[in-house]
Design a protein around this ligand. Structure first.
Ligand code: HSE
Length: 372
């Protein structure tokens, strides 16, 4: 199957390398026909091209791989590819989270596939596992660590006693961070993955207007303080569904230091789902980086090459009810740590934003319950 790759950054290069290695009979059947680069950029390979229309008009190229990142022009290019009757595979969580419904409907109308395994949890086959689990159970809850950069930063702050900024620079050098790493440390990247995962898990169109809080204000002294209380800290996503309601949050969370989540190192992710029959299932692997993310793209390409179809997803109306995720919090302001019990996350985040206006370094963390 001939493909075109849009964007030749960290992930684009990983995809190209895996295909060129031809390690398996399946990867050997993939051929990169075009690599689309921006006008004016140096063409370092003969297959590089800056004319997108020419790619769309190549009838031998049946699949577009979008790994440019960002919303535009990625959204425009994906829509053009789908309406031109080409399958689309993407790792771009920001654009999938923003245009999920439009992409799914356009792909269905044009009888092509829109796949985005690489958009959530890097190399972990999370989307595949979620869809598989949905065949058996109504999914009641999903949660986990979905940002490699934040996890790497926290892990390095604890294990190597690095400052936040040094650990962030290392994550950027390793190719884990977004072009603007604010998306990683402010929880936006995790939130995009939460939107995609919750939409699929609960058959809804989840939007990114739930409480989101990142690790920007985290200091080494906080991690020491929480460790003395018996907790590790991780940036977590939790989404829950009950009848016609759902809730979702992205927050730094305190978890028992012996739990699986507390021991997730480096750029790794841990994604969990809970169903009535399966109980809680946990999926672990590298959540960021060139080859892990590239491998998830390749998995989608091979599925398309094999003619495998994804299960149809429905998009029901469910109302957002943050009280489904009420919980306990610790707020650090002016050097004191104060506990708040059984708080609605919307109310707790509103209170935190008021506090931030007075103390811009204040930190809010959720206290995880056993099983969260
Ligand atoms: N910046 C993202 C992360 C890349 O650190 O997880 C993978 O989505």
């Amino acid at each position: 199957m001939k493909i075109a790759i849009l964007g030749f950054g960290t992930v684009g290069k990983g995809i190209y390398d895996i295909i060129e290695r031809k390690d398996t009979k399946d990867t050997a059947q993939l051929e990169v026909a075009h690599i689309f680069i921006r006008k004016g950029k140096e063409k370092t390979l003969p297959i590089m091209i800056d004319d997108y229309e020419a790619i769309l008009q190549d009838p031998s190229c049946s699949c577009i791989v979008e790994v440019m990142g960002g919303i535009e022009p990625a959204h425009r290019y994906i829509m053009k590819a789908l309406t031109a009757g080409k399958h689309v595979v993407t790792a771009n969580k920001a654009v999938v989270a923003a245009h999920y419904k439009e992409f799914m409907e356009t792909a269905a109308a044009n009888h092509v596939q829109f796949r985005f395994e690489a958009s959530c949890a890097g190399g972990i086959p999370w989307i595949h596992s979620l869809l598989q689990a949905k065949r058996i159970d109504t999914i009641k809850e999903i949660s986990g660590i979905f940002n490699g950069t934040s996890n790497y930063i926290i892990d390095q702050m604890v294990k190597k006693q690095l400052d936040f900024s040094v650990a962030l620079k290392q994550a950027q050098d390793a190719g884990y961070a977004e072009a603007d790493p604010s998306a990683d440390i402010d929880g936006i990247d995790t939130a995009n993955k939460a939107v995609i995962s919750a939409s699929l898990a609960f058959d809804i169109v989840c939007t990114r207007d739930f409480p989101i809080n990142g690790i920007r204000h985290l200091q080494k002294r906080d991690l020491d303080h929480f460790l003395q209380m018996g907790y590790s800290l991780r940036l977590m996503m939790i989404a829950r569904s009950k009848a016609d309601r759902y809730a979702c949050v992205v927050e730094p969370m305190l978890i028992e230091k012996n739990s699986l989540e507390a021991n997730v190192p480096d750029n790794y992710n841990l994604a969990s789902l809970t169903g009535d029959s399966s109980g809680t299932l946990k999926f672990y692997g590298q959540g960021a980086g060139s080859l892990p993310t590239g491998s998830a793209i390749i998995a989608d390409l091979i599925a398309i090459a094999h003619g495998e179809l994804r299960d149809e997803v429905t998009m029901m109306e469910k109302s957002f009810d943050p009280s489904l995720l009420s919980g306990d919090y610790i707020l650090r302001q002016s050097d004191t740590y104060e506990t708040y019990k059984d708080m609605d996350p919307m109310q707790m985040h509103a209170l935190y934003h008021d506090v931030l206006a007075k103390d811009p370094s204040a930190l809010l963390v959720r206290i995880g319950k056993r099983g969260e």
